[in-house]
Write a protein that binds this ligand. Sequence first.
Ligand code: SF4
Ligand code: SF4
Length: 75
Amino acid sequence: MASVVRGVYHIEVYRALCKACGLCTAWCPQAVLEPDAEGYPLAPGLANCINCKLCERHCPDFAIEVSLAAVEKRA
Ligand code: SF4
Ligand code: SF4
C-alpha cells in the first residue's frame, strides 16, 4: 500500500485567474482550504495536504497549483 505524505507541499493561488467560486475548497478531502473574506482560498490546513490535486483538477480557471515545497539545501 502506498504511503501518504503530508507537510511537504506548497499551494499557490493565482488571484488574477481565481474567481472565488469555492470549488477547490469544496473538493478538498483534507479540509486544507478555507475562503478568506472575499472568497479566495487560503490554506490554513496546509500541513494536512496529501497532494491529491482534486483542487487543481476541479478549478475551472487553472488558478490553483499544488507542488512540492522548496527544500532548503543543507551543506
Ligand atoms: S491537493 Fe488535495 S489535499 Fe491538497 S489542498 Fe488540494 S484537494 Fe486538498
Ligand atoms: S476553484 Fe479555482 S477559481 Fe474557484 S476558488 Fe478555487 S482557485 Fe479560485
